[in-house]
Design a protein around this ligand. Structure first.
Ligand code: GRF
Length: 207
């Protein structure tokens, strides 16, 4: 019988957050096993990162839609996660919105990282939205995934300053660095079962 906490990661891009989590697992900071990495983009860096670490990694064609998985793809993603006996689905730059059957299969067990202090600036290029809006503090949020866009209960947040000389790129880089600290901490707390949810509030139990 498999008793370890098993993590499945979905990503469409570079995979730097995946790499940060995989390193934390390898260093024993997250009591878990990286079970599988899945991508909707065949050439995604995240798949290469995973294969370099000998973590099972698979491209699954997303189907005909641009922003969500079609029915066949949704079934294929869920089945790959179930085959890998995944306990927690970690979205790390996965550029498609998850819908009905996927959410039901992993209800309360899907998390995402978003590059803003939610509920400010949901959606795309939030660092650019933050800069354009003129906020002085930006950051990132790890949250549970629900049927909305970037709207689930907030697990953790990390703030970074917005500097007068910032460009969208420099702010994005600072937020990305904060993500690499925050996401492994949140996943570790989930793996240790130190997180409980009361309505919209996520409580961190003392370990
Ligand atoms: C991160 O900025 C994350 O907040 C967003 O997608 C990006 C993924 O980056 N959801 P990476 O692929 O982990 O480098």
């Amino acid at each position: 019988m498999n008793t370890s906490f098993r993590i499945g990661v979905l990503g469409s891009g570079k995979g730097s957050n995946f790499a940060a989590i995989a390193e934390a697992v390898a260093a024993g900071k997250i009591p878990a096993e990286m079970a599988v990495v899945l991508s909707d983009v065949e050439s995604a860096g995240i798949l290469t990162h995973a294969r370099n670490r000998s973590i099972p990694a698979r491209f699954i064609p997303p189907g005909k839609f641009r922003t969500k998985l079609d029915e066949v793809a949704e079934r294929a993603f869920v089945s790959a996660l179930q085959t890998a006996q995944v306990d927690l689905v970690v979205l790390a730059g996965f550029m498609r919105v998850l819908k009905g059957d996927f959410l039901r299969a992993y209800e309360g067990r899907i998390v995402n990282i978003h590059p803003s202090l939610l509920p400010c600036f949901p959606g795309l290029e939030s660092w650019r939205q933050a800069l354009d809006h003129g906020v002085k503090v930006a950051g990132c949020t790890v949250h549970f995934v629900d049927a909305g866009v970037d709207s689930g209960a907030i697990i953790g947040q990390s703030a970074v300053p917005v500097l007068d000389e910032d460009t969208p790129e420099s702010l994005h880089q600072r937020i990305h660095a904060a993500e690499h600290e925050l996401y492994p901490q949140c996943v570790a707390a989930l793996a240790r079962n130190e997180i409980s949810v009361v309505g919209r509030r996520v409580i961190w139990k003392k370990s």
